[in-house]
Design a protein around this ligand. Structure first.
Ligand SMILES: C[S@@+](CC[C@H](N)C(=O)[O-])C[C@H]1O[C@@H](n2cnc3c(N)ncnc32)[C@H](O)[C@@H]1O
Length: 386
């Protein structure tokens, strides 16, 4: 089987909005990391430091007046637009006009765009291999009805590391057969062909994988990450540097959706991407996405429509508080972080990981959500004050 990271855990697409500020003014002693992590935000207004209980966090290095723009993140890595919103939300800038279908439909790749410019930009960013990859996915998804429900029951238990490891090991032999079958497609000069001969067994492994139920949104998550990594190999360490969730799958069905998707992608993606289609890469994407992705929501109605999610590494260093001192707002593909009130030198800069609706919940319910989806006990000033 493909080896899994030694700390082993695999992926789960986060379908929950980000935001969860920690205590707005930290009373904890903090240490400035000796090495600033790759991809961490850097600015004269703040610095990233370690905290005793909340990992790394962002602290003001000077007084910051209310309204100051403290950070802008346009470092989007992978992103997922749920299939249900693909006709209404621009694949490039995430523009959305109250549910109206957008004009430019690119059927080969399964995205719509608000303008020709966005369509061109999208294709340019994905590159030729990326466009081929999305075309292959769209062809497979269209051929099949959506057999898998992607709505996961959040009350089922999250698979632990052992179950995750076993699940990935259980598909390793089939993955190896599919890889060999695909590598057999490669043309090599006579005399230099040392590839393993492709037999019926290899072909059967491909056919069997393609008969398995598909999970289109899980597939989008994986393809988005793999294509991004292919295009930006030098930025991979920015993703690896993010907080790591070792048990990122919502439940056993979610885990199985990822292992099946792994086999699907081995069977259909363009050959140059196959070296990146590994259990390690698939797991790394999920384990970093899980506690770091931001929800991509409508800009009106308090963000009531949830279109998908994406990972902006630099933005992921801000901790959560239920009484945040930094407001985050999305414009197209970038997040803007603005001081919501005057912030004193030394205070922690916090955003909220809760959606507008979740912010209105009682302390107990907010804490439950943060624990369940973000894995921590909130001790922010709003929660502590009660
Ligand atoms: C988006 S990351 C924030 C950066 C993270 N602290 C790091 O070291 O990379 C979210 C994770 O940070 C931690 N975190 C964020 N806010 C927190 C808080 N108020 N209290 C405790 N942990 C918090 C949790 O582990 C959470 O899953």
């Amino acid at each position: 089987m493909d080896a899994i990271e030694s700390d082993s855990s695999i992926p789960s697409a986060s379908v929950f909005s980000i935001s969860r500020p920690s205590s707005a003014s930290s009373i904890h002693p903090v240490d400035t990391p000796k090495d600033v992590p790759a991809g961490a935000p850097s600015c004269s207004l703040f610095e990233v430091r370690h905290t005793p209980t909340a990992g790394r966090a962002v602290f003001a290095t000077q007084d910051i007046p209310a309204g100051t723009l403290v950070w802008r993140s346009d470092d989007l890595t992978l992103s997922v637009l749920l299939r249900d919103y693909r006709r209404e939300v621009c694949g490039q800038c995430f523009d959305y006009v109250y549910g109206r279908d957008l004009d430019i439909r690119d059927k080969t790749v399964g995205f719509t765009f608000c303008s020709k410019a966005c369509q061109e930009k999208w294709r340019e960013e994905k590159g030729e291999i990326g466009v081929q990859a999305w075309t292959a996915v769209e062809t497979l998804v269209k051929k099949r009805s959506k057999e898998d429900s992607e709505m996961v029951d959040a009350d089922l238990p999250r698979p632990k590391s052992k179950e995750i490891k076993q699940a990935w090991e259980s598909v390793a032999a089939q993955a190896a057969l599919i890889r060999t079958a695909r590598e057999g497609e490669q043309m090599r000069p006579l005399g230099e062909d040392d590839s393993v001969p492709v037999t019926k067994q290899h072909k059967k492994a491909v056919a069997k994988a393609l008969q398995e139920p598909i999970s289109p949104d899980v597939m989008s998550f994986c393809v988005s990450g793999i294509v991004w990594r292919h295009r930006h190999p030098e930025d991979w360490e920015k993703v690896l540097a993010l907080a790591n969730d070792k048990t990122p799958y919502h439940n056993s069905d979610d885990l199985r959706a990822f292992t099946r998707t792994y086999l699907h992608l081995l069977a259909i993606l363009p050959l140059p991407l196959l070296p990146l289609v590994t259990a390690e890469v698939m797991f790394a994407l999920s384990s970093r996405d899980s506690h770091n992705s931001f929800g991509i929501r409508s800009l009106e109605d308090d963000g009531s429509e949830f279109f998908g999610y994406g990972c902006w590494p630099a933005a992921s260093y801000f901790n959560h508080s239920c009484a945040p001192n930094v407001e985050k707002n999305r414009e197209d593909r970038a997040w803007y972080f603005k001081a919501g009130r005057d912030i004193e030198k030394g205070q922690e800069l916090c955003i909220t990981y809760l959606s507008a609706a979740e912010r209105k919940l009682s302390r107990g319910n907010r804490m439950l959500r943060l624990k369940k989806y973000w894995g921590f006990d909130c001790a922010c000033e709003r929660c502590e004050a009660l």
